[in-house]
Design a protein around this ligand. Structure first.
Ligand code: NAD
Ligand code: UDP
Ligand code: UDP
Length: 323
């Protein structure tokens, strides 16, 4: 941690009313900073930040980052972008615009203010990887014209913009490649695997396995991911990334389904569906860079993280728990 970590800063979090962004706002407020949360509420909700609205250090602004934004801040975390396949494929043109026009506007803002700026990039820049586990020097295997391309290529172009603003104009940039993250405040209907499986298991309806369930993912608990993002932002200027932030414990989606059925004591059956187009077959981060440069690694086990996430959905008024 650098010394100025302890100085109060005014920090912009775009996408701050979303799943990851709202946890990041909590974390920055708890560290004593002022937070300006900018979100167009496409997938985020006021509920995620309701507990912060009366806090004098917190301000919410409804705004779409594809339009210019003139505010005064010391640091920018750029998280605005729908992240679940159902949401980002709902309006793919807007998804690319959010990543690309949004990055240009936030980089322009960072340039005017000489502010540090962190981009929430993604393991999806590796596409359906043929290098395993994925290291940051792997260029990826992405279909440029498929249904996932708006997200993958949008995020890849945002990375390009970040590095060009850095090389050409000397901006202080940080690029985090985030791998699948889960935890409380995931949207119950956003179709992501952890929320889908838990919600279906609690409701006693069939667990939907896409493909034969042999594809793998590596799941990181939200507190660990947020900790990685903050450490990256606080790292010395020369640490630009890209840096993988994820949990290297890899598992098949079939095993995840079994684990969630067991932990919820659910009577749900398993139902097989077609694998969506371009669904990556395997994904696991190599986190040597994060360990070496940030002193970061995940601390929360999948069992502990699932327990907290299951408790969140069990308590959620929109979920009718079976039995
Ligand atoms: P989320 O959908 O919960 O949050 C995204 C937020 O961005 C929402 O609040 C949404 O309303 C807002 N938003 C979308 N378009 C916007 C726009 N044009 N202007 C302003 N706000 C806009 O998703 P999340 O899981 O919290 O993801 C946050 C970020 O982290 C995203 O950039 C995502 O790509 C990245 N990421 C997440 C994961 C993960 O597993 N959760 C993995 C890799 C990368
Ligand atoms: N921008 C912004 N807020 C600012 C400064 C810039 O939203 O405080 C936007 C502006 O719309 C511009 C974009 O960021 O189009 C890129 O800015 P840059 O200075 O790099 O480019 P230029 O203004 O020369 O097009
Ligand atoms: N998946 C599944 N059933 C579901 C939702 C997702 O089998 O109800 C699979 C999906 O096909 C993918 C994996 O789980 O292989 C992770 O999906 P998610 O949408 O959470 O994340 P991403 O594909 O973006 O990593």
């Amino acid at each position: 941690m650098t010394r100025d970590y302890f100085r109060q800063k005014r920090i912009l979090v775009t996408g701050g009313a979303g799943f990851l962004g709202s946890h990041l706002c909590d974390r920055l407020i708890a560290a004593g900073h002022e937070v300006l949360c900018v979100d167009n509420l496409f997938t985020g909700t006021r509920k995620n930040i309701a507990h912060l609205l009366d806090n004098p250090s917190f301000e919410f602004m409804r705004h779409d980052i594809t339009f210019p934004l003139y505010v005064e801040v010391d640091e920018i975390y750029n998280l605005a972008c729908p992240a679940s396949p159902i949401h980002y494929q709902h309006d793919p043109i807007q998804t690319t615009k959010t990543s690309v026009h949004g990055a240009i506007n936030m980089l322009g803002l960072a340039k005017r203010l000489n502010a540090r700026i962190l981009q929430a990039s993604t393991s999806e820049v590796y596409g359906d990887p043929n290098v395993h586990p994925q290291t940051e020097d792997y260029w990826g295997h992405v279909n440029p014209i498929g249904p996932r391309s708006c997200y993958d290529e949008g995020k890849r172009c945002a990375e390009t913009l970040f590095f060009d603003y850095h090389r050409q104009l000397g901006l202080k940039i940080k690029v985090a490649r985030i791998f699948n993250t889960y935890g409380p405040r995931m949207h119950p209907n956003d179709g992501r695997v952890v929320s889908n499986f838990i919600v279906h298991a609690l409701q006693g309806i069939p667990i939907t396995l896409y493909g034969d369930g042999s594809q793998t993912r590596s799941f990181c608990y939200v507190d660990d991911t947020v900790d990685g993002l903050v450490r990256l932002m606080e790292s010395p200027d020369e640490v630009t990334g890209p840096i993988n932030i994820g949990n290297p414990v890899e598992m098949t989606i079939g095993d995840l389904a079994r684990k969630i059925i067991e932990r919820t004591n659910s009577a749900s059956s398993t139902e097989f569906h077609d694998l969506p187009a371009d669904d990556p077959t395997q994904r696991q981060p190599n986190i040597s860079r994060a360990r070496d440069l940030l002193g970061w690694e995940p601390k929360v086990t999948l069992d502990d993280g699932l327990e907290k996430t299951i408790a969140f959905f069990r308590a959620s008024p929109s979920i009718h728990v079976a039995g």
